[in-house]
Design a protein around this ligand. Structure first.
Ligand SMILES: *Cc1c(COP(=O)(O)O)cnc(C)c1O
Length: 175
């Protein structure tokens, strides 16, 4: 069995591999309502696979199935795909804008390419920047202790106002 995690697929430049299911009975593709759909609190994921695999999953799902209220809200969300597409479009626009604003900052050494709703940024004294941002009530994720991510911060794409606050605060940081 090959399992592919497509949690960020809606933000990616490549298409989903779901069409490949037709040719691969051992392929399972996972997606989630937690990211592009903005519904992390529902705790619902999606599995796409050969009917035989889905049949087995359906056999082992009870009695811990997804609750009825969450199912109802997930179906409502699916019926309004345009809303999700608009949110994704806005995040992709904001990602482009944020990357261009970040690239003007002297602190920033490198912005890694992103296919997600966040960017990974290599920055001078990342941990210190992280600490100072927290004092200004801006929360990013400090990845500087992660192997190969030395001095990196992970920044979730916010809305236009949030992204502006972040950039303004970064300009005010003194190392
Ligand atoms: C968010 C995420 C998921 C899905 O998380 P759930 O909220 O449990 O659906 C899966 N893989 C990755 C890499 C993620 O970031």
């Amino acid at each position: 069995m090959v399992v592919i995690d497509e949690a960020y697929i809606d933000f990616a430049s490549q298409p989903s591999l779901i069409p490949r299911l037709a040719n691969h009975a051992n392929l399972v593709i996972l997606q989630t309502f937690s990211k592009a759909w903005g519904l992390a609190s529902l705790r619902i994921g999606m599995a796409f696979a050969d009917p035989e695999i889905i049949r087995i999953l359906n056999m082992i799902k009870p009695p811990y199935n997804i609750n009825g209220a969450s199912q109802h809200l997930a179906l409502e969300a699916l019926a309004n795909r345009d809303h999700m597409n608009r949110m994704v479009h806005e995040i992709l626009e904001q990602r482009k804008h944020l990357v261009s604003m970040l690239s003007n900052l002297k602190l920033v050494q490198k912005i890694f390419p992103s296919d997600a709703n966040f960017v990974l940024v290599k920055i001078d004294k990342a941990h210190e920047v992280y600490r100072q941002l927290i004092e200004k009530k801006v929360i990013v994720r400090d990845r500087s202790k992660v192997e190969l991510c030395e001095n990196c911060l992970r920044i979730t794409i916010g809305n236009a106002v949030e992204n502006k606050v972040l950039i303004d605060q970064l300009y005010q940081i003194h190392l």
